[in-house]
Design a protein around this ligand. Sequence first.
Ligand SMILES: Nc1nc2c(ncn2[C@@H]2O[C@H](COP(=O)(O)OP(=O)(O)OP(=O)(O)O)[C@@H](O)[C@H]2O)c(=O)[nH]1
Ligand SMILES: [Mg+2]
Length: 206
Amino acid sequence: MMTSVAVGKTKSADSKICVLGNPGVGKSALVVRFLTNRFIWEYDPTLERVYRHQTLLDEEPTLMEILDTAGYDDSIHQEGNIRWAEGYILVYAINDRLSFEAVATLKQHLDQVKKTSVQCVLVGNKVDLLHERRVTTDEGELLAQEMACAFFETSASDGGEDIPELFYELHRDIKRRKMAECKGRRRSSAQQVKHVLNRMLNKIGS
Ligand SMILES: Nc1nc2c(ncn2[C@@H]2O[C@H](COP(=O)(O)OP(=O)(O)OP(=O)(O)O)[C@@H](O)[C@H]2O)c(=O)[nH]1
Ligand SMILES: [Mg+2]
């Protein structure tokens, strides 16, 4: 079931996803296709927009926040967006070689800003424009392997049946990492308590 509804601002999102890529690769088209299953040929270049998307995923009520960024914006302001997000959809267009080459640099930048290997999904959009292809599927797959992430080739204009899945896959990855980090934190605070208790017992015993 997929619904996108306005929700109160108080509930915090289960995942915060940032969509990044060069201008014109189809970031907004992908987001709009995901949220409304529609495609509109003309979009204004995006300034920036956050969508809150509530759905039932894996039988759990789920709230995702999706930030559609402006492709031309490589300012310091973009760093705020990068810090805000917990996972990234990195988009290029298969008919735009430069947009593909920009992805590897972008991933390095994300890792630097977040001080970790960030969770992401690589998306080659506009596969309906096969006759204009400048990036092969193999090249996309190879880059995704290097970045240790999932890879999708899709078309926001041509139905894009797999578009929800790429958002959901990233959401699940984010959730898994958050749970692992949470368990790690709990274990380390339990260890701290154990350590303090041991020291107290040793003092009493001596
Ligand atoms: N043929 C084709 N055109 C697409 C596809 N996705 C987007 N477009 C077109 O590409 C152009 C740019 O799409 P946008 O979604 O605005 O791209 P963007 O990445 O959000 O661009 P900025 O917000 O300026 O960074 C528009 O004219 C879209 O109609 C696609 O899958 N196939
Ligand atoms: Mg846009």
